[in-house]
Design a protein. Structure first.
Length: 527
């Protein structure tokens, strides 16, 4: 099988994405995760550009990666300066990375307009920089910046730049679509032209996603002969990002039967890990590793998938560490509901199934949405089966918000009255807001009956206005996520009153927590 090297530049090119700022410790954590995932190269940053990257390389020098080779990034020497006197080149050596990736201009427009030098001087800069670094014992990877634009305008010169790098001692020649605007046919044409020159070196590909083609162009380059692929986790990168390695790697391995050292089954975990450290919300619709990548909503789809998964799944989700999800909505058929019941290890007879379907359509019409509130849907199933017990009844609640003190700080207090069996309990609690105060008061009232609730806490709270045209009288949908430290679950409430909607979601959340533990509530409270 053909083998392709994976070169990750999340810590350098990916860090240039708007909204991302990795700390030194963030970079170290991600580097070790990439190393454990089996990537061949991890590019750590540009040591000449900022103190943070210098500190990163200092740490990595003392605790090197176990599998991947660490690369430092920089540019060719400046015009009219020797490599031995160029501060950028010297910083690449000083950082201690065993691999140095330098970029040089392959587009004559950039040479003359950006570098303000001659085409011949640029060729000498490339050859001299590569030769100097290689002579110091470094593996040198040459990134031909703007190669595809340069090849389109002046193919002869773009090829001469590659030739200069090869003569200098580069180990890999990487063709870069730096502006991300090259169409697939042009990628194929240019890669074929380079392959025909027989430089005797492996070819690499580095694409940006400004035309939404980074992954496609990368795969085409591999088809054309490239054996070294550069990209980032989740497609992070400047402007529209880089080629997403979470799509490239499984496409190579599962679609093109190309071998890589990356661990496929670790990709979903890696994707989520990098999102978390970057403090960016996961893209649920991301191919292969997104939460919705193998989610099925339409009844026809679910019915087919239950018989044969390949009817609506292009790969087995487990191969990339993901999983299949069956969604519940007004579009659901009986197959969706039966599948969900099966996951709950329960059975639905015809009458219960009919009631669930009827309630589902009605509630979604009222604004409920169970895709992110599967705990509420599970309660709905138990109610239809007749085996759901209300473990408490609300007698009433009150929420007060007032300003107190010299600093006019807001204080929220909730008073609640609930009945458990024959006992009536009052509880008062404060919180950071009305929902937090209600949650504290409700659990305070119930703890003496259900001590396990002390392990439960709210982890997320979302509010969505359903019918904006109604203004302040619009219905709101509240989604609450809760956790007991071992698992998490989502519940939902809908009302014109945000406090009431929040209360409904809170009640379902606590009811589900108790349902999970199969707690016997004694005599059932009134439904």
């Amino acid at each position: 099988m053909k083998h392709v090297e994976i070169y990750d530049t999340t810590l350098r090119d990916g860090a240039q994405m708007e909204g991302i700022s990795f700390s030194v410790s963030d970079k170290v954590l991600i580097a070790r995760k990439l190393d454990g995932t089996g990537f061949d190269y991890v590019e750590g940053g540009w040591p000449f550009s900022n103190p943070k990257d210098l500190e990163f390389f200092r740490i990595m020098k003392d605790e090197p990666l176990k599998n991947a080779r660490l690369a430092a990034f920089g540019m060719t020497r400046r015009p009219r300066v020797t490599s031995g006197d160029d501060s950028n080149i010297l910083a690449l050596l000083a950082c201690g990375a065993p691999v140095v990736t330098i970029f040089g201009k392959a587009w004559d427009l950039h040479v003359e307009a950006a570098l303000k030098t001659t085409l011949e001087e640029n060729l000498f800069m490339v050859r001299d920089s590569v030769s100097f670094l290689a002579g110091k014992g470094r593996q040198v990877i040459f990134d031909a910046e703007h190669f595809f634009d340069g090849y389109a305008d002046n193919p002869e010169y773009a090829l001469k730049v590659l030739e200069a790098a090869a003569e200098g001692g580069a180990s890999i020649l990487v063709l870069c679509d730096t502006n991300g605007g090259t169409l697939p046919a042009r990628i194929t044409e240019a890669v074929s032209a380079v392959a025909d020159k027989h430089y005797g070196l492996p070819l690499g590909i580095h694409t940006h996603n400004d035309s939404g083609l980074a992954v496609a162009n990368t795969l085409l380059a591999v088809e054309g002969g490239a054996t070294h692929v550069q990209g980032t986790v989740n497609g992070f990168g400047e402007r529209c990002g880089n080629a997403d390695l979470c799509s490239v790697i499984p496409s190579l391995a599962l679609k093109m039967k190309v071998q890589t050292a990356a661990k496929l089954e670790a990709l979903t975990s890696l994707s989520h890990y990098v999102y978390e450290i970057a403090n960016i919300h996961h893209d649920s619709h991301q191919p292969f590793v997104g939460n919705s990548a193998f989610a099925h909503k339409g009844g026809v789809h679910v019915s087919a998938v239950s018989r044969s998964a390949c009817t609506y799944e292009h790969i087995e989700p487990e191969k990339v560490g993901n999983k299949r999800r069956i969604l519940i909505s007004e579009l659901s058929g009986k197959s969706n509901v039966l599948h969900k019941a099966e996951q709950m290890h329960t059975n639905l007879d015809d009458a219960a199934l009919k009631e669930v379907m009827s309630n589902l359509v009605r509630l979604e019409h009222d604004g409920y949405q169970f895709e992110g509130a599967e705990a509420s849907f599970e309660i709905l199933i138990h109610k239809a089966k007749g085996d759901y017990r209300k473990l408490f009844d609300l007698e009433g609640f009150r929420v007060i918000i007032e300003k107190r003190g010299a600093d006019n700080s807001l204080i929220t207090e909730a008073t609640i009255k609930v009945r458990v069996g024959e006992q009536c309990v009052h509880a008062v609690a404060e919180g950071d807001g009305p929902v937090h105060a209600l949650d504290n008061a409700l659990r305070k009232a119930l703890l003496q009956f259900y001590p396990s609730l002390s392990n439960m806490k709210l982890t997320d709270f979302k509010v969505r206005v359903i019918d904006e045209a109604s203004g302040t009288a619009a219905k709101v949908r509240v989604l609450v996520e809760s956790s007991d430290g071992l698992s998490s679950w989502g519940t939902i409430g809908v009302s014109e009153n945000i406090i009431q909607a929040s209360w409904l979601a809170l009640v379902d959340s606590i009811a589900y927590a108790l349902l999970k533990e199969n707690i016997d509530a004694g005599p059932a409270a009134k439904m």
